[in-house]
Every structure is written in structure tokens, then in C-alpha cells.
Write a protein that binds this ligand. Structure first.
Ligand code: NAP
Ligand code: G3H
Length: 485
């Protein structure tokens, strides 16, 4: 049975040195459900002194953890994965209520995290160092051999966003831990209860006290304090570009790995299988109401293609289930009123500037119906801004070169899709797109999670993905043997 981490079904504690504790600040943050505004629970608003204590504790625990054999670290990750898997329905119920993600996707988020843990444990064990002979360089000698291994960086600060509070916490924590680092987890406030369940899985799996501590509290209150704390050796952040840029501007000499916002384009060519393309675009753009960094956020097509694609998209969009995450709807209430208002602003701007509304523009509080616009032009905000909601613009272009030009004008550079049967055109476009990954004949998406996941320009810095994340959170250490001459 998954041990309860709260006192009276409402108050959630924070993980410190292997124990669940309440903050001495006596301040709690209420987490209300975006589904019906009901109270999901209350989390601790931790004070600066408690942050100091958590980081100091993590440093102490790190000494032994860095020396713990990797097969023992891997064993703990496997056990945590088993606990997650066994309790996935229970944890998913929290996700459904806390972030309004549909039940099926919530269960799959927990399962994906369990799989991620297992793969990371095994990938960590398979990472090899190297030995380098000295005589390769001019003037070098065989008497010098450099033995290069990977060592941890120290304490990793993991900050995750609301839309994947378990998976995007886990995908930072597991690579950090297998690499021998300790972790301070600062989960999203809306999503912190779900993330605390993940922490509980690791705690129950036997993670030594202090190797991971959680810090709950609003980013706007405590974020800068943690980010600039001298005890933090690496920052692994996923969230908005605005907060990412802020982190980059205040951090000092601490390496950063950041995955930020996106405006992923789907470029559709004349010879594409339009029925399949429309299905891929609709599932890529509207799942979880478009609240995914990798959601398709604009479609670029010529008149000839757009004229055929629009009716296919319209039919598929209008058949999406709209309503509650408890009923497994694709279109669910957005995370909060502010986000829904923002999406509505983009919709209103497009209408005012003459875009053609194909379907949607209906709203019930935070629930925005799936919306598609045709004839969106580059003076409209929807052409450039990330809605993080269920609204997609079609921008008509004269040819594929104009599609590439508009795609690249975006400040973002996460992913793009190209739909075509012509491999030469697919490669021509893929090579020119300024993004981390290009999907040929598929929707934009992060997984499978051992693939590299890269954001360029305002979409991030560094590479995530199991092996890449472990490498990012460890560094080479060279020990040079000088043999007798
Ligand atoms: P967000 O507002 O940037 O918040 C992300 C995290 O940063 C939360 O834990 C938040 O805590 C914390 N935070 C806020 N201000 C902070 C500060 N000054 N210092 C330290 N931490 C701070 O993003 P979100 O609304 O949760 O997520 C949506 C955005 O994330 C979208 O733009 C989306 O594209 C992006 N995203 C990108 C990826 C990717 O892999 N590229 C994946 C998922 C999401 P609080 O909750 O307490 O404010
Ligand atoms: O929201 C950003 C996530 O990293 C996207 O992951 O493509 O698996 O939904 P996903």
C-alpha cells in the first residue's frame, strides 16, 4: 500500500532527510482543481531558512551517494519504478484533479515515468568511460594514459512545469540520481501534490535520506532564492520561456539545462497523405487542450493543400470529446483562468484582424472549445505567440521556401513536422529548419524518451533524453597515469 504523505487527507508535507515534515512558517498553499475549483489539498510554503536546511542536508547526503555503487543506485530506481507502476491508478487520480489531465493520459504519464526510471537505471550502468593513450598527439608519449570517467556535479535543482508534474520531474531526477547527484525538487505549485507522490515513491524505494529533498512554494516567492543559492551546482528547468530567460539572467557560473516554450510548425506539402496528416495534426495540436510544449501550434500550407486540409481538420476537431478529464475528454479546462483569458485574447485578436474561423471560439469558464483558424496572417499574434491552449492557425504560403522562412522567423525552435511522400523535399526542409528535431510524417512530440530532445533559440538550451540528461548532469574526470620512462 502506498504510504500516505499527508496528515488529514488535505495537508501535504515536504520531504526532508527521508521524512515528511511541515513547514515552520505555518503557511500553506491551497491547491484547487481546475475541473471544479474543489480543494485538492494544501502544500507547505517553505521558508528561506528551510531551503537552506534542505540544501545543506542534500550536500551532506551527497558525499555518500556519490560513492554508492551505480548498481545500487540503479536498484533504487527500479524499485521506485515498481512502486509507481503498482500505484499508477491512485497517483493518476491526483493528476486528474490537480492538473485536469484526462485519466488515460494521467495513467500513461505515471507509467511513462516508471519506464523512464528503469531505462535510466540501465543506461547509467552502461555508460562507459575511456582511456586515452598520450602518443596520439604530436610529441606525446605512450607513458602517459588518461583514464576518463564521469563524476557527479553535486546538487541538481530540478524545476518542473504544471503540465507533466510527474514525468518532467522524474525525467530530471532519475538521470541526476543515477549520475550520483543529489536533487532538490521544486515542483510547479499547481502539480506539487502529484510530484510529492513521485518523491514518496523514491522514498519508499529506499533512497537514502537527504539524497532528494522537496521544496514547495511559489516560484515567484522562493524561486530566485533557490536559483542563486550557492549550494546548487546545476539547474535543470522546464517551463515557460519567460521564466527560463529570467533564470539565465540571474544564475551565475552554474550550468543550465532548459526546455522552454515552442511554436511547433506542421508544414504540409501537396503530395502528403492528407487524411493521415489531418489525424496527426489534430492529435498533436489538441491533446490535453494543447497544453504541451510540443503541441502543433501552427500549420503552414499552400492554397492548394489548405483547401483540401481544412475540411478534414474541421471534421476531426469537431469530433473531439470536450468536457471533464474524468470522462477522458481530450479538451479539458485549462489550468487556470489567466491561461484561458490569454488564449481568448489570441482568438479575439485573430478575429479582429480578419482570420477565418473554421470552428470553435466557444468558452465555458476555463474550458475553451477546440478552435481552428484559416487565413491567419503574420500581423496576427496567433502566428507567433504560444497559446498553450486548443487554438491553431493555418498560415497560407506560396511555396515550401516561404513555409521555411515563416517557420524560422519564430523566436522558438523546439520541433517541426513535415508531411510529404517526397524524401528529397522532406530532407531539404528538415535541413533548413531552425529547430531541435524535425518529425517527418509524424506529429511533434518528445518521446520516445531515449531520443534527444532539444530546444534551440528561445525554446531552450542543452539536450535532454535519457543518455543526454545523464551526460549533462555528470562531467568527465581525467586521472592521468605517468608510467616510468
Ligand atoms: P512556468 O510558469 O514557467 O513554471 C515552470 C516552473 O517554474 C514552475 O515550477 C514554477 O513554479 C517555476 N517558477 C516560476 N517562477 C520562478 C522563478 N522566479 N524561479 C524559479 N522557478 C520559478 O511554466 P508552466 O506554466 O508551468 O508551463 C508551461 C510552459 O512550459 C509553456 O511555455 C510550455 O511550452 C513550457 N514547457 C516546455 C517544455 C519543454 O520541454 N520544452 C515542457 C513543458 C512545458 P510555480 O508553479 O510555483 O510558479
Ligand atoms: O510539454 C512538453 C512536454 O515535454 C511534451 O512531451 O510530447 O510527450 O507530450 P510530449
Amino acid at each position: 500500500m502506498f504510504k500516505k504523505i499527508f496528515t488529514n487527507d488535505i495537508i501535504y508535507k515536504s520531504l526532508y532527510n527521508g521524512k515528511w515534515i511541515e513547514s515552520s512558517s505555518n503557511k500553506l498553499i491551497e491547491i484547487k482543481s481546475p475541473v471544479d475549483d474543489s480543494l485538492v489539498g494544501k502544500v507547505q510554503a517553505m521558508s528561506k531558512e528551510e531551503i537552506d536546511r534542505a540544501i545543506a542536508n542534500s550536500k551532506e547526503a551527497g558525499v555518500k551517494w556519490a560513492e554508492t555503487p551505480i548498481n545500487e543506485r540503479a536498484e533504487i530506481l527500479h524499485k521506485a519504478a515498481d512502486i509507481l507502476e503498482k500505484n499508477k491508478e491512485e497517483i493518476a487520480e491526483i493528476l486528474v484533479r490537480e492538473i485536469a489531465k484526462d485519466r488515460k493520459s494521467s495513467i500513461s504519464e505515471v507509467q511513462r515515468t516508471a519506464d523512464f526510471f528503469k531505462f535510466t537505471a540501465d543506461a547509467g550502468k552502461n555508460l562507459e568511460g575511456e582511456s586515452i593513450m598520450g602518443d596520439k598527439f604530436p610529441g606525446g608519449t605512450q607513458n602517459k594514459i588518461s583514464i576518463v570517467t564521469r563524476v557527479p556535479l553535486g546538487t541538481v535543482l530540478a524545476i518542473s512545469p504544471f503540465n507533466y508534474p510527474i514525468n518532467l520531474s522524474g525525467s530530471k531526477i532519475a538521470p541526476a540520481l543515477i549520475g550520483g547527484n543529489t536533487v532538490i525538487l521544486k515542483p510547479p505549485t499547481q502539480g506539487s501534490i502529484s510530484a510529492l507522490y513521485l518523491a514518496q515513491a523514491l522514498n519508499e524505494a529506499g533512497l537514502p535520506p537527504g539524497v532528494m529533498n522537496t521544496i514547495t512554494g511559489r516560484g515567484s516567492d522562493i524561486g530566485d532564492y533557490i536559483l542563486t543559492h550557492p549550494g546548487i551546482n546545476f539547474i535543470n528547468f522546464t517551463g515557460s520561456t519567460a521564466v527560463g530567460k529570467h533564470i539565465a539572467s540571474i544564475s551565475t557560473m552554474v550550468p543550465l539545462l532548459m526546455e522552454l516554450g515552442g511554436k511547433d510548425a506542421a508544414i504540409v506539402l501537396e503530395d502528403a497523405d492528407l487524411e493521415q496528416t489531418a489525424s496527426d495534426i489534430v492529435s498533436g495540436a489538441y491533446s490535453y487542450s494543447g497544453q504541451r510544449c510540443t503541441a502543433v501550434k501552427r500549420i503552414l500550407a499552400t492554397d492548394e493543400v489548405a483547401d483540401k486540409l481544412v475540411p478534414l481538420l474541421k471534421t476531426k476537431i469537431e469530433s473531439l470529446k470536450v468536457g471533464s478529464p474524468e470522462d477522458n475528454c481530450t479538451i479539458v479546462p485549462l489550468i487556470d483562468k489567466r491561461s484561458a483569458d490569454f488564449v481568448q485574447e489570441l482568438i479575439d485578436d485573430a478575429i479582429n484582424k480578419g482570420a477565418t474561423l473554421v470552428t470553435g471560439n466557444k468558452r465555458k469558464e476555463n474550458l475553451i472549445y477546440p478552435t481552428l483558424f484559416d487565413n491567419v496572417t503574420t500581423d496576427m499574434r496567433l502566428a507567433w505567440e504560444e497559446p498553450f491552449g486548443p487554438v491553431v492557425p493555418i498560415i497560407r504560403v506560396k511555396d515550401m521556401d516561404e513555409a521555411i522562412e515563416i517557420a524560422n522567423k519564430s523566436e522558438y525552435g523546439l520541433q517541426s513536422s513535415v508531411f510529404t511522400k517526397d524524401i528529397n523535399n522532406a530532407f531539404y526542409i528538415a535541413k533548413k529548419l531552425e529547430v531541435g528535431s524535425v518529425q517527418i510524417n509524424g506529429k511533434t512530440e518528445r518521446g520516445p524518451d531515449h531520443f534527444p530532445f532539444i530546444g534551440v533559440k528561445s525554446s531552450g538550451m542543452g539536450t535532454q533524453g535519457i543518455k543526454y540528461s545523464i551526460e549533462a548532469m555528470t562531467r568527465p574526470k581525467a586521472i592521468v597515469i605517468n608510467l616510468d620512462k
